[in-house]
Design a protein around this ligand. Structure first.
Ligand SMILES: NC(=O)c1ccc[n+]([C@@H]2O[C@H](COP(=O)([O-])OP(=O)(O)OC[C@H]3O[C@@H](n4cnc5c(N)ncnc54)[C@H](O)[C@@H]3O)[C@@H](O)[C@H]2O)c1
Length: 331
């Protein structure tokens, strides 16, 4: 008789300790490779609106044949929450054994989401940014912006960063915190143009519905990660930048549903679908090339896919067991 596996609960602090950014990036390499090899069952995510509440819940299930695991993420986004001192994004992730169905873990999904979203941009930056990139502009200074900078700093020798946010006090908090965490000089920029002026890498991680910088401020040779938009009618990246960039998406089917940054220029016939047919996993597997010229603009657009949560959660759980983190739950 098999002894039932102890189910673990990992709180936000456990997830962060169990999943250092470097390991999160390695987990994303594996996640996107599995996706590109077609080893993942990934139904479109289910969206439940809360009418009148400016809130939405997303339900994201996933199965990995390679890891023999199921994952399920329940994530809510409520834009007015900060007025009550609550975060916009709250989430829980569940993992279950793919051979017996046994539940293995429940964990804080907000910290996991921030880690895996940053880590996906870290992986894309590693595969696409110029090897000599040393400067970063971060547009947005919320939860995701922090892990975007942390991840980029894991894969390139970053010497200086600029941050711009439409809320200057938020940008100032970001600069103070991240400077301490990463030991980097971080300048609060007074405009997107000032943030981008010397940037080799740009990360857009905002809740904006319209482009957050001007195309003319994007220098040749820049690598751009944009993770904020997951709505077909919104964009945080200018269409002109999309047109002149080599675009890589996290998952084509999801991008076709949600990546307004790409769908708006597509609908305006400024680009065709072939312009964004490359997935990050194809770069990982060497099926398509990364950057092809020093002056090329490369653009990684992510809307987020459930295999990222599965791989990040699996790695966090394995490490948590080893480190004795988390709380055992009775079943
Ligand atoms: N792609 C993914 O996998 C993924 C994962 C998680 C979150 N997201 C998305 O990322 C976005 C950011 O999430 P978050 O948790 O960091 O939110 P957050 O509320 O913590 O931060 C968003 C920040 O964007 C700033 N902002 C809004 N409009 C701006 C503008 N025009 N210029 C500059 N700054 C602006 C806000 O002031 C705020 O500081 C959300 O839209 C979220 O849905 C994507």
């Amino acid at each position: 008789m098999k002894t039932p596996t102890t189910m673990l609960h990992l709180a936000a602090a456990d997830v962060r300790r169990a999943l250092p950014m470097r390991e999160a990036i390695a987990a994303m390499r594996d996640a996107f490779a599995q996706l590109a090899r077609g080893e993942v069952t990934l139904p479109p995510r289910l969206r439940l609106d809360a009418p009148g509440e400016q809130g939405v819940a997303l339900v994201m299930p996933c199965h990995s044949a390679a890891q023999k695991l199921f994952a399920l993420k329940f994530i809510t986004l409520f834009g007015r929450n900060p007025q009550q001192g609550l975060p916009v994004i709250q989430s829980t992730v569940m993992l279950a054994d793919g051979t017996t169905g046994e539940p293995l873990a429940v964990m804080d999904g907000a910290s996991l989401t921030a880690l895996r979203t940053g880590a996906a941009s870290g992986l894309a930056t590693d595969l696409l940014a110029r090897p000599d990139a040393t400067t970063v502009a971060i547009v947005g200074s919320g939860v995701q912006a922090r892990t975007q900078l942390e991840a980029v700093a894991c894969v390139r020798r970053i010497e200086r960063a600029w941050v711009f946010d439409s809320l200057p006090e938020s940008a100032a908090r970001f600069a103070a915190e991240m400077q301490q965490q990463l030991g980097l000089p971080i300048v609060v920029a007074t405009s997107p143009a000032a943030a981008l002026a010397e940037a080799d890498i740009i990360c857009a991680a905002t809740t904006a519905a319209a482009p957050v910088f001007d195309d003319r401020d994007v220098r040749p040779g820049t690598h751009l990660n944009a993770i904020g938009v997951f709505h077909p009618d919104r964009a945080e990246v200018p269409a002109a930048t999309v047109c002149r960039a080599r675009v890589v998406v996290d998952h084509l089917a999801s991008a076709m549903e949600e990546a307004g940054d790409l769908l708006l220029p597509l609908r305006a016939s400024l680009i065709d679908e072939a312009h964004f047919r490359t997935e990050l996993g194809q770069l990982v597997l060497g099926q398509k090339p990364g950057r092809t010229a020093a002056d090329e603009i490369t653009f990684f657009k992510s809307v987020g896919v459930a295999i990222q949560d599965l791989c990040a959660a699996a790695r966090a759980l394995a490490n948590a067991r080893e480190l004795g983190l988390g709380t055992a739950l009775n079943r």
